[in-house]
Ligand binder design. Structure first.
Ligand code: NAD
Length: 263
């Protein structure tokens, strides 16, 4: 029988970390090797499984790890991700990074570690969102010349930035097919006829919405809409766990969600 893959969760006491531990324990192909969080976290030393509400796993929440694992999954914060990634490189542990907000220099440092270990960094681990991006690229390739493209995103009212990083990434994917485009945020007043090549961007903020993205390709006489709706965090968590399985045993290098999903 194949042994389950040993997985380290970094940021284990966080919202994503807790859900990662919950869903990891439901997967017989995976086992928790370590749950890591910051050195001053009040729950340090408590059983990581009890903390996540799945019962004792015999793995205390700790501030560092020793020994080997098949993959590590990081959902923490940029300043914490980098030393952790360095440690994974030293211990030759494949690394999945879901943390967002790296500055360009931090991102370069992270990418450089891929000469020593396999690394997959993604700002969105939802398989369906990554498929949406791929499909939008295809739609732009086929319809881009003749369609008016508008992106509508909805998020909870507490979100600090607009438009969302995912909406901006969708616009990039579409622009890569169009050659060039102009992003137009919202629309007001006497705007005149819609210029060709614009991508309209609209950000709605209501309630506790975990995130929706719709891309509209409007033609004369017909309209194509591609939509994704997140109902909770599980899409990101499941995608990250799958990325851990995907990286285990791979040679050093940078990997992407597109590699994992076979686009
Ligand atoms: P959170 O604040 O709930 O959890 C972060 C955890 O990291 C906390 O437990 C915190 O104590 C821990 N941490 C902080 N400093 C640390 C250190 N020095 N060492 C170890 N652990 C440390 O946040 P969250 O909602 O779980 O999100 C975490 C990250 O994941 C954010 O950057 C968020 O934007 C990102 N995120 C990415 C995706 C994706 O699909 N890529 C999806 C959701 C969230």
């Amino acid at each position: 029988m194949t042994q389950p893959l040993k997985i380290i969760i970094h940021g284990a006491a966080g919202r994503m970390g807790q859900r990662l531990i919950q869903l990891l324990t439901e997967d017989p192909a995976l086992v928790l090797a370590a749950g890591i969080d910051r050195a001053d976290h009040p729950a340090l030393g408590q059983d990581a499984g009890v903390l996540a509400g799945v019962g004792p796993l015999g793995v205390p929440l700790s501030a560092r790890f020793d020994g080997h694992a098949d993959a590590a999954i990081d959902f923490s914060m940029p300043a914490a991700s980098l030393p952790f990634a360095q440690r994974c490189a030293e211990q030759k542990i494949p690394l999945v990074v879901g943390t967002t907000g790296f500055d360009p220099q931090q991102r370069v440092q992270l990418d450089q570690l891929s000469s020593q270990i396999p690394v997959l960094v993604s700002a969105n681990f939802s398989k369906a969102v990554n498929l949406l991006m791929h499909l939008c690229g295809e739609a732009a390739r086929v319809l881009g010349d003749t369609s008016d493209i508008e992106i509508v995103e909805r998020h909870h009212k507490f979100k600090k930035d607009a438009p969302s990083g995912t909406a901006l990434r969708l616009a990039e994917v579409i622009t890569a097919q169009l050659g060039s485009s102009r992003l137009v945020h919202g629309r007001e007043g006497v705007t005149g006829e819609r210029p060709k090549g614009d991508i309209g961007m609209h950000a709605l903020r209501t309630g506790d919405n975990p995130g929706e993205h719709t891309v509209v390709f409007g033609l004369m006489g017909e309209c194509l809409e591609l939509s994704h709706r997140a109902l909770n965090r599980d899409g990101f968590v499941r995608g990250a766990l799958e990325a851990g399985k995907f990286l285990a045993g791979k040679p050093a290098g940078i990997y992407t969600m597109a590699d994992m999903l076979g686009f």
